[in-house]
Design a protein around this ligand. Structure first.
Ligand code: F6P
Length: 542
């Protein structure tokens, strides 16, 4: 299909249905169809996706599925798994699926992946068994992952979410921010003799990672001697020359490929810190969970395809209902870092306004993705979501049991989750407020005065995604579901979900700004930046 998808008659039909939808509430949709839950949920392979509280009808869903056909989604999915160069602006494949699914990519790529997995698992086994030792002969008890963006958020989420499955006596730590605070805190508490540092950087040129890695190198060299550096550093990168320059020993390098995007790289050697902490068996369960979702996504018909439905509903909420944000609300503290992970995955992938054929879109693309675990979130920003002027799309995500397998302890979390989904959808109207105040014996004056404050408009759409418990397998599946959901949305919007030119400009400008105030700053607004630098230097000198 050439041209903007918004010119397609199916898109126009959906736009008309969105106008009609604005006049019908979720209450009315439920009142009109007592089988609504049956019509709008999907249960498969341990996942339950309840989208009955989304503002859709059978006709809207039919059109959304037709739209997927119009953009040739099945062919696009097949092309991704085959390893076609679907990242057109960079002339590359997007083959993160090959890292976990033997049916993705060519036989040659699969062999490279197997070789890499072998090298990673044997290194992890040696470190965990204490046969790979530090310079002074002590086993490693701490691993510090230095990386940013996809080289940080994925491994951090996996280690955090699977904390209950740590074995082997290794504690993971993460350093990402350029301000070096995280490293400063760690070097005050860790013993360098038992600390292994992984420099994770696909390019090995990222400013933040380079600055932190150099500082960590100085720390090791100053405490253990320069000769200790090769023993205490490991690197994951595609850039051999830069690893040479840094002094990473040849047997301490793990490979990456240009067909793995940073935000899709947790399945690769970038996940090494997680494999060290959790062991290879658990890490491979994580890969297997994602692989099961890959198989489903690549084979299931569109109308029973979970990531396809999630993606189509995302497009409906963003481009047709105009909801600007997606709040990710995991009812499991183990998934506290999931919103941050999905923020990069979604916004760096689909935060684009130019189509693959170079046209400017005339519809909304990626939402602002954010969130916090429930029930904490209920006591901070839910007020705005219930009664504020902005309406958000909401993804409730919850395991049936908590990570130590207890269903009863999770019941409170689940009852909160379901209550919130209900409150967002149906709200509380003026009659109901008045009735409950009358029942509480409030005066007529108070009822009149307070009712407007107590009304909840409702009509806020949400999905509920349930699964057994947060473990390696379900976490792998969950991340793959969202990866594919985001891919589906990118296909519908006609954008390239796999490049990220938008992060380049700031990097380039930062490289040209010297806080010494000596070098000339060029470009629009440079005088104002020079004033900021002058202010910093003046004020610091006081
Ligand atoms: O912020 C842009 C970005 O390129 C991300 O896509 C990537 O995950 C991150 O920087 C880190 O890149 P690298 O792994 O090359 O250091």
């Amino acid at each position: 299909m050439t041209g903007l998808v918004s010119a397609n008659p199916v898109w126009k039909s959906l736009a008309l249905q969105a106008q009609a939808a604005a006049r019908v509430s979720l209450r009315e949709l439920f009142a009109a169809d007592d089988q609504r839950w049956r019509h709008f949920h999907l249960e498969l392979d341990g996942w339950l996706y309840d989208y009955s509280r989304q503002h859709i009808t059978e006709a809207i869903l039919t059109d959304l599925l037709r739209l997927a056909g119009e953009v040739r989604l099945p062919e696009r999915i097949a092309a991704m798994f085959r390893g076609d160069a679907i990242n057109l602006t960079e002339g590359r494949a997007a083959l993160h699926t090959a890292l976990r699914s033997g049916f993705a990519g060519s036989a040659e790529i699969q062999k490279e992946v197997r070789d890499s997995r072998r090298a990673l698992s044997s290194f992890a086994a040696e470190v965990r068994a204490g046969t790979q030792l530090g310079f002074t002969g002590r086993p490693f008890r701490h691993v510090v992952n230095i990386g940013i963006g996809g080289s940080d958020l994925g491994p951090l989420l996996v280690c955090d979410a699977l904390r209950a499955q740590y074995t082997g006596g290794i504690t993971p730590h993460f350093v990402s921010n350029v301000d070096r605070t995280q490293l400063q805190d760690l070097t005050r508490q860790l013993d360098p003799a038992e600390t292994l540092i992984i420099v994770c950087s696909k390019t090995f040129t990222t400013q933040e990672t380079q600055a932190n890695a150099r500082a960590a190198r100085d720390w090791i060299a100053s405490r253990l001697g320069e000769a200790a550096v090769p023993k205490h550093f490991v690197a994951v990168s595609t850039n051999a020359a830069a690893m040479d320059a840094f002094g990473v020993a040849p047997d301490r390098r793990f490979t990456m490929w240009d067909w793995v995007g940073g935000r899709y790289s947790v399945w690769s050697a970038i996940g090494l810190v997680a494999e060290l902490t959790l062991g290879t068996t658990v890490f491979e369960e994580f890969l297997a969970g994602a692989s099961a979702v890959d198989r489903h996504f690549s084979q299931a018909p569109l109308e029973r395809n979970l990531p396809v439905l999630m993606g189509l509903i995302g497009v409906w909420n963003r481009s047709f209902l105009g909801l600007p944000t997606l709040a990710v609300l995991p009812y499991d503290q183990r998934l506290a870092r999931l919103p941050a992970y999905l923020q990069q995955l979604d916004m760096e992938s689909n935060g684009k306004s130019t189509t693959l054929s170079g046209e400017r879109v005339d519809y909304a693309t990626a939402p602002v993705v954010w969130g916090e675990p429930g029930s904490n979130a209920q006591h901070s920003f839910f007020q705005m979501l219930h009664q504020g002027t902005l309406s958000a799309a909401l993804d409730f995500i919850a395991p049936l049991r908590n990570s130590w397998g207890d269903a009863l302890a999770q019941d409170l979390a689940l009852s909160n989750c379901f209550a919130q989904a209900q409150a967002f959808a149906f709200g509380l109207n003026a009659d109901e407020v008045a009735a409950s105040m009358q029942a509480a014996k409030a005066s007529e004056a108070d009822i009149a005065r307070l009712t407007p404050h107590r009304v909840h408009e409702g009509n806020r759409p949400s999905s509920v995604l349930l699964y057994g418990e947060t473990n390696a397998r379900s976490l792998g599946g969950l991340l793959a579901l969202y990866e594919h959901k985001i891919f589906v949305q990118g296909c519908i919007w006609g954008i390239n979900s796999f490049d990220q030119f938008g992060v380049e400009l700031g990097k380039k400008l930062a490289a040209g700004i010297s806080m010494s105030g000596k070098g000339p700053i060029t470009g629009p607004g440079s005088a104002a930046v020079a004033e900021l630098i002058a202010y910093v230097n003046r004020t610091r000198a006081r």
